[in-house]
Design a protein around this ligand. Sequence first.
Ligand SMILES: Nc1ncnc2c1ncn2[C@@H]1O[C@H](COP(=O)(O)OP(=O)(O)OP(=O)(O)O)[C@@H](O)[C@H]1O
Ligand SMILES: [Mg+2]
Length: 430
Amino acid sequence: MIDPEKGFTSDVITDPNRFVGRIDLIRSCMQALNSPNSLIAIYGKRGVGKSSLLRQVQQMALGDYTLATHAGLNHEIPIKPRKYLTVFYTCDSIIESGEALVSRLCNDQDEEDGLLRLVPHDGKEIVEFTRAKEVSAGADLKVVNWGAKGVETSKYARVVEGDTVQTFRNFVSSIVQHQVKGRMKRDGLLILLDEFDVLENKRGLGSLIKSLSSKDIKFGICGIGQDLTDLIEDHASVERLLEQGAIHVKTMPTPEARNILNKAEELFKGELAIENDVKDEIVRVSQGYPYFIQMIGKSCVSKASQLGLQTINMHVYNRVLEDIKGGVAFPTLESSYQRAIGNSEARQMLLHLMAEQPEENTLFHEDVGRIFLKKVRSDAEDFDVDYLDQNLPRLLDKKFGSVIRRIPEGQGIYEFTNPVFRLYVNLRVI
Ligand SMILES: Nc1ncnc2c1ncn2[C@@H]1O[C@H](COP(=O)(O)OP(=O)(O)OP(=O)(O)O)[C@@H](O)[C@H]1O
Ligand SMILES: [Mg+2]
């Protein structure tokens, strides 16, 4: 058995050696990291590779510029790049305000990514470690022992009862003084917040972040959105901070998408090859979404292993396609599919019609992947879907997974909430 994870992964990519393409974005991230005041805001559709890019920002922040070097940006790396200690936090929808977020940060006990790990405290043992395998990798700090007093925040000095923001400021300034400047001699602390879009109430978050940012503390936020307003409602307040740091992650261009497959072959170190026509097909059906490439890649490796082959050829690929068509390849996507269609053939038909619509430019953005209901309506007549208006609501309904959502800017414009789900529907057979 060949381990599919050797070459493919559906996880966020932390190792710079597995990260493919995105040269322009790496450049922008590098510039934002090296400008003293900039805020970094990474946004784009679901599954395009935002979190992986954010993890690369973290690597560069630690001084590991392997990725930039591999991307051919060597001459653009500053002679003395700004170096940081880092915090990485993934938000969730239970966090209802900026203050709640700040409080979460103050209490996060993650040993390698949490803020609390860096607050100096008697008896706590902190050691240097690296986040990548490379020798050149930059060091960060992690906790190996929280000390006899345990991890209760209240045991830490300078907690201000009832004032979370001030407590946070106190934590951060002691981190900057003792760990960032003192122990590690870095330029600043970088706080990365992933899935920022899920925060329930975004009011005032921009100005809060602005007030907490300084030459010693930089923020990087990341989440699903068409534009910055989806991420920071009051983005006007951070506009100047974002001159260099607004980073829109789009789908991958074809050569880059193909390089994920080339990279995988490289990572398999001769154990496995992928034939060119298969690469063409995988790239075609994935439409620039790296997640889909990784998932199909993984399935192909497993299938090749089952068949005792060391090459992913068309035969292997077609077997994988059959599994996808039959709904047995990707259980999570399949359950979304089943939930959306219920027992209705008409709704299933409508879902497929919508998924098939070519990605078109809209009036509003250069963005792709939206469906124009008008177009579907005329196709639907051809296909005998009479009850379009009755079937559409369920596809929009939260109870059934909201696989499609209405775009606020235009009447009758919809898009798939998860673009990868759209790709899946296209391969699934009715
Ligand atoms: N630059 C890249 N090279 C290779 N694979 C990538 C790259 N970026 C992302 N991927 C792959 O794509 C998938 C999605 O990546 P990631 O989780 O970073 O996306 P995301 O935009 O944060 O997704 P979500 O919107 O669900 O949070 C993962 O399987 C990851 O391995
Ligand atoms: Mg993500």
